[in-house]
Design a protein around this ligand. Structure first.
Ligand code: T3D
Length: 263
């Protein structure tokens, strides 16, 4: 499949997927959904990819659904948005969350609607200082999707989550960092380099172990303490049988630098 609305590459362990409809602030139409889905499938199947970097081209990160794709003319049959969520948004969010490698999101500009919630499904989100986040759904009569109603209260608490979702106000990258929505703000002209630096570092680390860490932390959002202790036991058992664990311990004992294979 050739890509028209995204840029995609895998290089030295780093898969980079950049949303590329800058004229529409990288809002999603069906074709872009299909391309993102195919790229994520390739990342999952790749022996080389050990980290995914998600970003956008132009002045926006993503403005959510392309609203020009929705026919709301008087008298027209109303669209089934549930179908759109079921077919496109939910599978994408599940894939990002479950991908067995770290997913870095570099928010390069405005992130609105689903575009504001995609970064919350990623593992490490950086944002350019000029970027902003808007839970724009309430302004057009919709409900936050792409996991927003799940992530927001868990990340910022119910009071702030309700304010963000019911008021739909634009918040700055700095506010997003202070609220705990994202990992870190970086200067605009340093975003790509910082994100790549982070990605290249992670691509040399024990990917299998990192994927297990991600799994454990994600599960902690709904597990009881006892369930979590049991999950840690099970995942540690798996980690302890990995090639990278052998390499890590042996490098430590021999005072050498570990050469992790991600397995
Ligand atoms: O439908 C389903 O499948 C259900 C799922 C829904 C998921 C969702 O994401 S619903 C939420 C959809 N998104 C929005 O409501 C956000 C709409 N956009 C905005 O509010 C503003 O554009 C922004 C706050 C994001 C940025 O504002 P600003 O002033 O920086 O830029 P702008 O001038 O509004 O936009 C620039 C261009 O992008 C403009 O096109 P033009 O006039 O230059 O030809 C604008 O129309 C276009 N654009 C921005 N967002 C969208 C869009 N075109 C289509 N769909 C968009 N979402």
């Amino acid at each position: 499949m050739s890509f028209e609305h995204i840029l995609f590459s895998i290089d030295n362990g780093v898969a980079t997927l950049s949303l590329n409809r800058p004229g529409q602030l990288n809002s999603f139409n069906t074709q872009m959904h299909l391309e993102v889905r195919e790229a994520l499938k390739q990342v999952r199947a790749s022996d080389e990819a050990r980290v995914l970097l998600l970003t956008g081209e132009g002045r926006g990160f993503c403005a959510g659904q392309d609203l020009s794709d929705r026919n709301v003319a008087p008298g027209s049959a109303m669209p089934d948005l549930g179908e759109s969520i079921e077919k496109y948004y939910n599978p994408m969010i599940r894939t990002l969350r479950d991908l067995p490698m770290p997913v870095i999101c570099a928010v390069n500009g405005v992130a609105a609607g689903a575009g504001a919630n995609i970064p919350l499904a990623c593992d490490l989100t950086l944002a350019a200082r000029s970027a902003s986040f808007i839970q724009a759904f309430c302004k057009i009569g919709l409900v936050p999707d792409s996991g927003g109603t799940w992530s927001l209260p868990r990340l910022v608490g119910m009071a702030k989550a309700k304010a963000l979702a019911l008021l739909g106000e634009r918040i700055s990258a700095e506010q997003a960092e202070q609220l705990g929505l994202i990992y870190r703000v970086v200067e605009d002209n340093e975003l790509r380099d910082e994100a790549l630096k982070l990605a290249r570092h992670l691509a040399t680390q024990p990917t299998y172990g990192l994927a297990l860490i991600k799994r454990a932390l994600n599960a902690s959002m709904h597990n009881s303490f006892d369930e979590q202790l049991e999950l840690e036991r099970d995942l540690q058992r798996l980690a302890g049988r990995s090639e990278d664990y052998r390499e890590g311990v042996s490098a430590f004992m021999n005072k050498t630098t570990p050469q992790f294979k991600g397995k």
